[in-house]
Design a protein around this ligand. Sequence first.
Ligand code: FMN
Length: 176
Amino acid sequence: MKILVITGSPRKNGNSNTLADNFIKGAKEAGHIVERFDAAFKNVHPCVACNKCGMNGECVFKDDFEFVKNNIINSDAVVFTTPMYYFGISSQIKTVIDRFYAINGKIHVPKKAILIVTYADHSMKDAHPIISHYETLLEYLGWSDSGKIIVPDVWKEGDINNTQYPEQAYKLGKNI
Ligand SMILES: Cc1cc2nc3c(=O)[nH]c(=O)nc-3n(C[C@H](O)[C@H](O)[C@H](O)COP(=O)(O)O)c2cc1C
């Protein structure tokens, strides 16, 4: 399979990026082709709703989103990894998702998807808005969920290293 991993954390060695690393390791070992887009380190202009693309055409911005465009259309699976910011996904990854607008007509084809979220609080309930957003997005696009890794109780960079989640992410990559 061809897999596109989109990460949303500005912490290079942060918790969600560690899970992305482990997922990718497993997926590559299983023989998949994996591309990675670290949204927080790229130049992606927010959608300005000019509608010049008509939801299926040229975007007025020529920036790093070109990489996503070139890799998502033919991908079999898309992985979203993000820290929780105020009970939502990070603005860095949301900016990339909003730019799907210009390729909306090309990505309504069946794909697998995976969600990986890290956050500091203890309650699983806090993750409900992100899970609901993800599931609604998948339903709209006609994609199917192939797994979620929802990780509470990690705050500082490196907290994830003391948990079983890196191994879980590795196995998810290996078995997707
Ligand atoms: C701007 C900002 C907002 C945050 N909002 C929340 C939140 O709503 N709930 C929570 O439990 N943690 C929140 N956190 C903590 C992060 O989700 C937590 O540190 C997470 O492990 C970061 O993941 P990362 O290391 O992959 O960046 C917030 C952190 C920042 C910087």
